[in-house]
Design a protein around this ligand. Structure first.
Ligand code: GLA
Length: 382
């Protein structure tokens, strides 16, 4: 469907019909939040929603881009000083620049894109945008970058052109995702493993608070800074500690009086989260979804109380899930708004969704949006 939308829009915008079409997905993350930039593990999966683009080289040195959903057009060059003002266009510009820096001979092109990952809902719409263009430009301009390099280029786009010092989870899974599989990724070595995910008798569902987060709003970068501060304090005593991933609670105790209480709490969350990802992997191998769910609740309370990236609406949805007997629930993604991810028994699904909608509506005057999760393939040509 989106394929038709972008083809039609491309023809209307540029008067030619033979554009190539590419798509890249958003993601969920079962567990392992704010662990990627700590060199640790994440457990995401690509979803059936994302960004679809139509694109054609135009033989010039300029990019003409049209954001269908915003009805906005931007035209810009490919040199560092040509950065466009619109934030959506900076992703297109940034990924082009990052591919050029990596030796791909990106020239001018015309493009349109549309998305069905909600913006700012913690499902990585921006990574989907970066990955779609990374994949397409590498293909169209005969680049030889592998998907690892494309993921790094997407991450570098966030760092250098969008002001978010993100980790690599979102771009990686948007490129490497595989239908019906979660991806266990070691964010230090980039070794990964697919995990078939078919929880018999359970469903994964997202509830969107409709609170929009703004990751760039320094809070995210500040969390990362706290982690680096504590890691370097620990490293002074334990040179083998490269990232918080390598630290233990005992090491953290040793530096308790050298770091702020806030930084201490941030690090305590990350060390706990690293252990939780491993526990969830073991539990999944055994088909033990009760343990998976318990760990999800632990992550939520860590993100809410220690890492402080939750918000009232997310906490309310988490409490409702708990009261309904949902197996696992937590804030997903960077936080500060967006969705909870819920692991719920089939038999409880309808009553949970009904209760969540009723109670959220009564409190906030609107219902949370509900997204059933379908784990799908990564970036591709259509
Ligand atoms: C955002 C970032 C990711 C990751 C998550 C939190 O989605 O882009 O790199 O840090 O937040 O797990």
């Amino acid at each position: 469907m989106n394929e038709q939308i972008v083809k039609r829009a491309f023809a209307a915008q540029y008067g030619v019909a033979d554009a190539a079409v590419f798509a890249a997905p958003g993601r969920i993350n079962l567990i392992g939040e704010h662990t990627d930039y700590n060199g640790s593990f994440v457990f995401p999966g690509a979803i059936d929603k994302g960004i679809t683009i139509a694109i054609k080289p135009n033989g010039s040195e300029r990019i003409r881009a049209f954001a269908i959903d915003l009805n906005e057009q931007a035209t810009f060059g490919l040199q560092e000083e040509d950065a466009p003002a619109q934030s959506w266009a900076r992703y297109v510009f940034g990924i082009s620049r990052e591919l050029i820096k990596r030796g791909v001979a990106v020239g001018g092109f015309d493009t349109v894109f549309t998305g069905d990952v909600p913006l700012g809902a913690g499902m990585s719409s921006s990574a989907a945008l970066e990955s779609a263009y990374a994949f397409a430009l590498n293909h169209l301009f005969n680049g030889r970058l592998d998907k690892f390099e494309l993921a790094k280029a997407g991450q570098a786009t966030e760092h250098h052109y969008c002001g978010v010092k993100c980790g690599i989870m979102d771009q990686f899974v948007s490129l490497f995702g595989k239908a019906n599989n979660l991806l266990l990724l070691d964010c230090r070595s980039l070794e990964y493993r697919y995990f078939p995910f078919d929880p018999q008798g359970y469903r994964l569902v997202l509830l969107d608070t409709l609170v929009k987060h703004a990751l760039a709003s320094s809070a995210y970068n500040k969390r990362r800074q706290s982690c680096e501060t504590v890691a370097s304090a620990i490293r002074r005593r334990h040179p083998e500690v490269e990232f918080l991933r390598d630290a233990t609670f005992a090491m953290l105790e040793e530096v308790r009086h050298e770091v702020s209480a806030e930084d201490y709490n941030r690090a305590a969350y990350v060390i706990g989260e690293t252990a939780r990802v491993k526990a969830v992997c073991d539990a999944l191998e055994r088909g033990d979804y009760e343990t998976v769910g318990r760990k999800m609740y632990e992550t939520h309370s860590g993100m809410s109380q220690l890492y402080e990236v939750s918000c009232e609406e997310l906490d309310v949805l988490n409490d409702i899930a708990k009261a309904c007997g949902v197996t696992g629930s937590r804030v997903m993604g960077g936080g500060f708004g967006g969705c909870t991810i819920n692991l719920v028994k089939e038999s409880l699904y309808d009553s949970f969704i009904r209760t969540a909608k009723e109670q959220y509506l009564a409190r906030y005057g609107k219902e949370p949006r509900v997204y059933d999760v379908v784990i799908s393939d990564g970036a591709r040509a259509l």
